[in-house]
Design a binder for this molecule. Structure first.
Ligand code: FES
Length: 109
């Protein structure tokens, strides 16, 4: 697995996110209240809202446009809504964060 460095944990506020531009599109990287880190496409499965600007609660994010709730663990819409986004493996080494480049490449192929 090839990992690409995307900065450090402290670059992302707790219950916040950062949008990372990659060759395979924009990825939203989230940090939960208990410092878990998740990465999913920054593109809501409803109408493409920027999930990195949503509200993080537990291991989910609420889309800023029409309030769909997306699981950060599975990328799936929760509740009555149907749809999903790609999840990207994240590795945390000390303070440093990495995304799985091969997962990005193979899923885009
Ligand atoms: S675009 Fe995300 S809920 Fe509509």
């Amino acid at each position: 697995m090839n990992w690409i460095a995307i900065g450090t944990l402290s670059d992302i506020p707790r219950r916040g996110a950062r949008c990372v531009a990659t060759p395979q599109g924009k990825i939203a990287v989230f940090r939960t209240a208990d410092d878990q880190v998740y990465a999913i496409d920054d593109h809501c499965p409803h109408k493409g809202g920027p999930l990195s600007q949503g509200i993080v609660h537990d291991a989910a994010v609420t889309c800023p446009l029409h309030n769909w709730v997306i699981s950060l663990e599975t990328g799936k819409a929760l509740g009555a809504d149907e749809g999903s986004v790609r999840t990207i493996p994240v590795k945390v080494e000390g303070e440093r964060l990495f995304l799985a480049l091969e997962a990005l490449a193979s899923r885009a192929a």
